[in-house]
Design a protein around this ligand. Structure first.
Ligand code: PMP
Length: 441
């Protein structure tokens, strides 16, 4: 049962465990949006492999693709030697990418994690430009290796590590709810862009010209914060004018989650390098970067790894991406996201502890703040990680798995599989509303 397996885990696994602390169960089975624990309890899974399981657990499309590959006697592992599976996967991936980008694109298969994709993107930008600085964003998240942690804006995760990658400079993300300039809305966004422009173009800014700027078009771990379209368009323009590469990390946002296949498409821009992982392998580990062919300046062996391009993950990925495209799951994510957002906004009208409701498509967040007019040192409403954690606990007790994230760990995050039905979404909203009313005044 749960207790036995949890006790074994407690004794044998590292203390760096995260999810088991919040969700103390052992999962025996999973199907669609639901997981079942060892004691037979069901939960609606709005974490879904941290945004990986676009088609939910054990979707027939994915399981049959894996079974078919094995039964066909296809190779499971070929290092980076090509196979029919790999070429079919690249065909499908190029079909997903916007046409004008795909026309010039090259792809590089990375180690199996999103972090390795980010590592490759940064290396390529350095090689292609001959520069070493990188600009990243406050609140961003790009992985847990040394380099990707260096690029992540979350201080508490990396504060124990000395000697991370140097040459990373953090820029203000357009986080309207907590604008670091004390300016709301467009004025705050403009101030941030002007700051970035001065760093890129003014030799007196104190920062040597960077190779690249890396960002998420919707910050995920940072608390479901979308970059406004106009802001992203202007950032694209600033980087192009200054010959600095724009790397968009679509590890969490990619393949329909935000209501478009890629989050950068909302702004109608294309990056120079795009990093993809999570949904791309249909639940199996796979990470790929795509970039304009003119940047393909690698020397052979410049970014290698044993598990580059797992064949099973590619087989699952082909069918997953095709299913997302053919069933318009991006549009569905947009539609369902609106249902979720309007329900959360209604709830906000009754509970002032819901400070902010935001996100895009099926990547929504609810930021909890202290009751009453309590503010932090910047004059913003004081974030309440305690309340977010209490609501998460209540949801879990009622059969709903929701992650908490954000800079102050005060944002409840909704990342359900894109195939969640309207009825299941109503159940999610119902449980969450109950949990909010039980924990707020
Ligand atoms: N980039 C983003 C935007 C992510 O959300 C994540 C994972 N949450 C990563 C990179 C790192 O991916 P992985 O955990 O597979 O290394």
């Amino acid at each position: 049962n749960n207790v036995t397996l949890l006790a074994q885990q407690e004794k044998r696994e590292s203390s760096a465990r995260t999810y088991p602390r919040r969700f103390p169960i052992a999962i025996a089975k999973a199907q669609g949006v639901r997981v079942t624990d060892m004691d037979g309890r069901e939960y609606i899974d709005c974490l879904a492999g941290a945004g990986t399981l676009a088609l939910g657990h054990n979707h027939e499309t994915v399981t049959s693709a894996i079974r078919d590959l094995i039964e066909a006697g296809a190779p499971l592992h070929t290092l980076d030697i090509t196979t029919p599976t790999k070429e079919a996967f690249i065909d499908e991936l190029l079909t997903c990418l916007p046409g004008e980008f795909a026309a010039h694109a090259r792809v590089h298969f990375c180690g199996p994690t999103g972090a390795d994709g980010v590592e490759a993107a940064i290396k390529l930008a350095k090689i292609a430009t001959g520069r070493s600085n990188v600009l990243a964003f406050q609140g961003g998240y790009h992985g847990s290796t040394h380099a990707t942690m260096s690029l992540s804006g979350n201080w508490h995760q990396k504060s124990a590590l000395e000697g991370l990658m140097p040459n990373v400079h953090f820029m203000p993300y357009p986080y309207g709810y907590r604008c670091p300039f004390g300016l709301g809305g467009e004025a705050g966004q403009k101030a941030g862009l002007n700051f970035i422009r001065s760093v890129l173009s003014d030799p007196e800014s104190g920062v040597a010209k960077p190779a690249a700027i890396i960002l998420e078009a919707v910050q995920g771990e940072g608390g479901a914060i979308p970059a406004p379209d106009a802001w992203l368009r202007e950032l694209r323009q600033i980087t192009a004018e200054n010959d600095v590469l724009l790397i968009i990390d679509e590890v969490q946002t990619g393949f329909g989650r935000t209501g478009k296949l890629f989050a950068f498409e909302h702004a109608g821009i294309t990056p120079d390098i795009v990093v993809m992982s999570k949904a791309i392998g249909g639940g199996l580990p796979l990470s790929v970067i795509a970039y304009h062919g003119k940047y393909d300046k690698w020397r052979p062996g410049a970014h290698i790894g044993t598990f580059r391009g797992n064949q099973l993950a590619m087989a699952a990925g082909i069918k997953t991406l095709r299913h997302i495209r053919e069933n318009n799951l991006a549009d569905e994510a947009a539609r369902k996201g609106q249902i979720l957002e309007s329900a959360l906004c209604n709830l906000q009208a009754s509970f002032p502890e819901i400070g902010d409701v935001r996100g895009r498509g099926l990547m929504m967040g609810v930021e909890m703040v202290e009751y009453g007019a309590i503010t932090d040192h910047q004059g913003h409403p004081k974030a309440s990680p305690a309340l977010a954690s209490a609501i998460q606990k209540t949801c879990f007790a009622k059969g709903l798995i929701l992650e908490v994230g954000g800079r102050h760990s005060a944002v409840l995050r909704f990342l359900p599989p894109l195939i969640i039905s309207d009825g299941e979404l109503r159940d999610v909203i119902g449980i969450f509303s109950q949990a909010v009313s039980e924990n707020c005044r």
